[in-house]
Design a protein around this ligand. Structure first.
Ligand code: ATP
Ligand code: NCN
Length: 203
């Protein structure tokens, strides 16, 4: 426990995502969560197979590489690849259980955009998950918070974090690439270079 702030030591944010590809919306969300929830670190957790959406367009290795490139140089940000190493469908409860066993000294906080916050009641073993961790939920463009619609037990485990609305999604970036349009500045420069070098999302 940090005696000055009253916060537990090792406060760690987990930013889970398909990251197909990672974009500046993810990075700004992680930064905002870090500030609002007083996190010491944020670990980016690329999903192997997402539970609630279609299979990624690119390989696990490519998505991991892009996330590595995006966080390089930002102290406190790093990639945690346990879902890719575990394989199969990436349920958050399995990930959190494994991390808590591996890192008993840390306090974990799962970071989600508001769209995902509204979906939380549908997550696998959500009650157990909400007992293990709290959620840091970021405001996302065009979405009302919807927090009041959630069960009270879940609401009490949610910290809302403000962020400037960033109307960018990986879907939009993939569509732009397919249409031959620019994605410059929507992703960090090293990620832009990687996507171009490897001809990703062209078809
Ligand atoms: N622009 C954004 N602002 C805030 N949060 C975001 C933004 N884009 C994604 N997120 C959040 O980041 C996490 C990972 O998102 P994900 O990798 O699925 O990106 P995405 O842009 O939503 O992808 P896709 O368009 O392929 O569905 C989710 O919690 C999502 O809500
Ligand atoms: O565990 C679940 O049931 C669950 C359901 C939907 C999403 N998640 C996690 O939420 C994170 C964001 O999901 P996505 O689909 O936006 O990439 C990612 O880490 C997913 O594994 C987890």
């Amino acid at each position: 426990m940090d005696r000055r702030s009253g916060r537990g030591a090792g406060r760690t944010g987990l930013m889970g995502g398909t990251f197909d590809p990672i974009h500046i919306g993810h990075l700004i969300a992680a930064e905002a969560a870090m500030e609002a929830a007083e996190l010491e670190e944020v670990w980016f957790v690329p999903t192997n197979v997402p539970p609630h959406k279609p299979q990624p367009r690119t390989s696990a290795a490519q998505r991991r590489e892009m996330v590595e490139l995006a966080v390089r140089g930002r102290a406190g940000f790093r990639v945690e690849a346990l879902e890719l190493e575990r394989g199969g469908v990436s349920y958050t409860i399995d990930t959190v259980t494994a991390l808590q066993e591996r890192e008993p000294g840390r306090e974990f906080h799962w970071i989600v955009g508001t769209d995902m916050m509204n979906d939380l009641p549908n997550w696998r073993r959500i009650d157990e998950l909400a007992e293990r961790i709290s959620f840091v939920c970021l405001g996302r463009q065009g979405e009302a918070s919807g927090e009041s619609a959630l069960p009270k037990s879940l609401r009490s485990r949610i910290v809302l974090a403000p962020m400037p609305p960033i109307g960018i999604s990986s879907t939009d970036i993939r569509e732009r690439r397919r249409a031959g349009r620019s994605i410059r500045y929507l992703v960090p420069q090293p990620v832009l270079d990687y996507i171009g070098r490897n001809g990703l999302y062209e078809s």
